[in-house]
Write a protein that binds this ligand. Structure first.
Ligand code: GLC
Length: 538
């Protein structure tokens, strides 16, 4: 598929970094992260080499779903700071070559939002989806209006009314997409986006992006809605990017997004492409996410084929039109270091992430191998059920050694403490001082990707061995070997491009960044357990 759409010129080379603002850095000692804390730690991001940050929601909110329940889209939550603090962060980041994206919670508000409070009093208001009789899944009106509203996620998150793709006389709450309420909501989305783009923000990650128009087979009407917004962006803010939380890049890009993530859910395989890489059934694992061994499993019982097949298909369908982002983790899912997978096993995962033609997205703390912490109590809606606890992926960034990870232990809301109880837990300060640390590995791999565009989102890829190890070439010029299991693995000679066997010799492989991949006695290429190698084929 080719597209004539303009696209921000920075997007193809982006290396993303997700910041959960609650947990990243606390500048004022109230025990909760804030904008100024992020600003103070921009050096870390610049040193690491990332250039695009996306922030989870930082707007005013009662925080029943950690800020995904917005009460004012144009006002930052006081606990994070003021609009001026956010503008200062954006400007300081810009000076370091870092763009900032906000999280746009498009499909619902908080039940405390003035729009909803007004709607719950006024039967003629249709900004939300109201039934005059009880309906399964709907929630009783909290106000003077007699009625029931449709929630989008938690009950405290009433769905904004973007209409239904199909009407039904028996269900009068199904309004067409061009009814007055849906039109007002579409206009509001544009207004919110224009406001923040005007302040220098570089775009948005759109929460539950596929959820807007209800009962929409094939997302046809949802696609029209986003395409209309994209057309407006292309005209008025051509350097702004829209990332979807959709989990089906082909669908999201067809709907008008610049990019979408492979996620733990979404698409025909319900998130299996991403989960087949990292998910080891520990951490935030719902019953229906239980699966066979993933590829990044120490016992080496997985296969990269599930990911590769899904990537091939998505890449074909999005080629020239948009991008696929590949995250290490996110605030809703297990970190890389979860269950039996320890930090010393993560280098090959980052080698894949940073040499694959997707947009890499590092979840804060994964660059030092922060662990998913099991069994934490519910914090602001983090626990969704006995097997789905998101709190473990939301603990404070571990800037320094010590019991509270460099976060204040002072009063107020010590939200995501405690941190990993392991006395050897990773932290930024210690790893900065150790050139052999994971942090330095991630930094080197990011720098390598930047220095060699053929390793980035643009260059071609040819998979030469889809097992242990995974072997591929990039841009016909680089060879990558990734061995995520404990046992060593030998690169099958047929997987090597012609003449590539002679490492370090003229016409052979020139190591660019290698950890544990070497030439064996018989001239074969051997990959130690948990190793990777990136070579120039010369
Ligand atoms: C998205 C967010 C998640 C939130 C939900 C409701 O999936 O990532 O954290 O709880 O939407 O807004």
């Amino acid at each position: 598929m080719t597209s004539t759409r303009p696209s921000p010129d920075w997007l193809t080379d982006a290396v993303l970094y997700q910041i959960y603002p609650q947990s990243f850095a606390d500048s004022d000692g109230d025990g909760i992260g804030d904008f100024a804390g992020i600003t103070e730690h921009l050096d870390h991001l610049a040193w690491l080499g990332v250039d695009t940050v996306w922030l989870n929601p930082c707007f005013t909110s009662p925080f029943r779903d950690a800020g995904y329940d917005v009460t004012d889209y144009l006002a930052p939550a006081p606990r994070y700071g003021t609009t001026e603090d956010l503008a200062a962060l954006v400007e300081a980041a810009r000076r370091k070559g870092i763009r900032v994206l906000l999280d746009l919670v498009a499909g619902h508000t908080s039940d405390q939002h003035p729009w909803f409070r007004a709607s719950a009093e006024d039967p003629s208001d249709h900004r939300y989806i109201w039934s005059e009789r009880p309906v399964d899944g709907f929630v009783a009106s909290p106000g003077g209006r007699i009625g029931w509203y449709r929630p989008n996620f938690f009950e405290c998150q009433p769905a904004l009314n973007f209409g239904f793709a199909r009407e039904d006389p028996d269900q009068p709450w199904r309004q067409p997409v061009d009814a007055e309420g849906p039109r007002a909501n579409r206009a509001a989305l544009r207004g919110i986006m224009a406001h923040w783009l005007g302040l220098g923000l570089a775009g948005f990650r759109v929460d539950m992006a596929s959820s807007l128009v209800k009962d929409d087979p094939g997302f046809v009407e949802t696609g029209k809605l986003w395409t209309e917004l994209r057309d407006w962006l292309d005209r008025s803010h051509p350097q702004a990017a829209l990332f979807a939380e959709w989990g089906d890049p082909a669908a999201a890009v067809a709907a008008g997004f610049h990019a979408d993530f492979f996620l733990q859910f979404g698409g025909a395989d319900h998130g299996l492409p991403l989960r087949s890489l990292w998910n080891n059934n520990a951490g935030t694992v719902e019953e229906f996410w239980k699966q066979g061994p993933c590829y990044f499993e120490a016992e080496g019982r997985g296969t990269p084929e599930v990911f590769l097949d899904a990537w091939r298909s998505a890449a074909q369908l999005t080629e020239g039109a948009g991008h696929i982002a590949l995250p290490t983790a996110n605030h809703d899912f297990s970190r890389l270091a979860t269950g039996p997978r320890t930090a010393d096993q993560l280098a090959p995962a980052f080698a894949l992430l940073l040499t694959w033609p997707t947009l890499p997205a590092v979840y804060y703390g994964d660059e030092i191998g922060m662990r998913y912490v099991p069994d934490l109590p519910d914090v602001e809606g983090s626990v969704l059920g006995p097997t789905y606890n998101r709190a473990g992926s939301r603990t404070p960034m571990q800037w320094a050694p010590g019991p509270n990870a460099g976060f204040s232990t002072a009063p107020a809301e010590r939200l995501y403490l405690p941190v990993d109880p392991d006395p050897h837990r990773p932290d930024v300060a210690t790893q900065r001082a150790d050139p052999t640390s994971l942090l330095h590995t991630v930094r080197r791999l990011i720098a390598l990707r930047r220095a060699h565009p053929g390793l980035g989102a643009r260059g071609s890829v040819e998979v030469r061995h889809a097992g242990y190890p995974l072997v591929y070439t990039r841009a016909g010029r680089y060879l990558v070997v990734v061995n995520p299991r404990r046992e060593p693995a030998v690169v099958p000679p047929a997987a090597l491009p012609d003449g590539a066997g002679r490492v370090g010799r003229p016409g052979g492989l020139r190591p660019l960044d290698v950890q544990g991949v070497r030439v064996g006695a018989g001239g074969e290429l051997r990959a130690d357990g948990f190793s990777y190698g990136v070579f120039d084929l010369g």
